[in-house]
Ligand binder design. Structure first.
Ligand code: 5GP
Ligand code: ZN
Length: 114
C-alpha cells in the first residue's frame, strides 16, 4: 500500500505527532482536530476498512482499544470521559482507507453525531 497516507506515516515518510506506539499500533494527533484531544490509533499493518477485518484480527482490535485507553490516560481525559469512533466507508464518513480509531476528548461530546 505504497500510496496509503497512514502507511506512509507508519513508515516515517510523512511527519506525524506520535503520542503512543507499540509493536502493532501507533497513535498520532489528527491534522484537523475536532476537539482539544483528537488522536488517531491505527494498526501498523494496512487494513482498509472495518469490513476487511477477519477473525485473526481480533487481538489486534483489542490492542487498538487498549491503545485508545492509554492515549486517554496520557492526555488526562480518561476519568472525565472521551469518545472513540471508527468510520466505515462512504456513508460512515471514512476518508482515509486505513482503519483508525478516533479518540476525541477535552470537551463535552453531543449525541447524535453528525
Ligand atoms: P476519517 O474521515 O477517515 O474517519 O478520518 C480521517 C482523519 O484523518 C481525519 O480526521 C483527518 O483530519 C485525518 N488526516 C487526514 N490526513 C492526515 C494527515 O496527513 N495527518 C494526520 N495526522 N491526520 C490526517
Ligand atoms: Zn495503509
Amino acid at each position: 500500500m505504497a500510496e496509503c497516507l497512514f502507511c506512509r506515516i507508519v513508515r516515517g515518510e510523512l511527519p506525524a505527532q506520535i503520542v503512543h506506539e507499540t509493536d502493532a499500533v501507533i497513535a498520532f494527533r489528527d491534522l484537523h482536530p475536532q476537539a482539544p484531544t483528537h488522536v488517531l490509533v491505527i494498526p501498523r499493518r494496512h487494513i482498509a476498512t472495518l469490513n476487511d477485518l477477519t477473525a485473526d484480527d481480533a487481538p489486534l482490535m483489542g490492542e487498538i482499544a487498549l491503545a485508545a485507553q492509554e492515549v486517554a490516560r496520557l492526555e488526562g481525559i480518561a476519568e472525565r470521559g472521551y469518545r472513540t469512533i471508527m468510520n466505515c466507508n462512504l456513508a460512515g464518513g471514512q476518508t482515509v482507507y486505513h482503519i483508525h480509531l478516533h479518540v476525541l476528548g477535552g470537551r463535552q461530546m453531543t449525541w447524535p453525531p453528525g
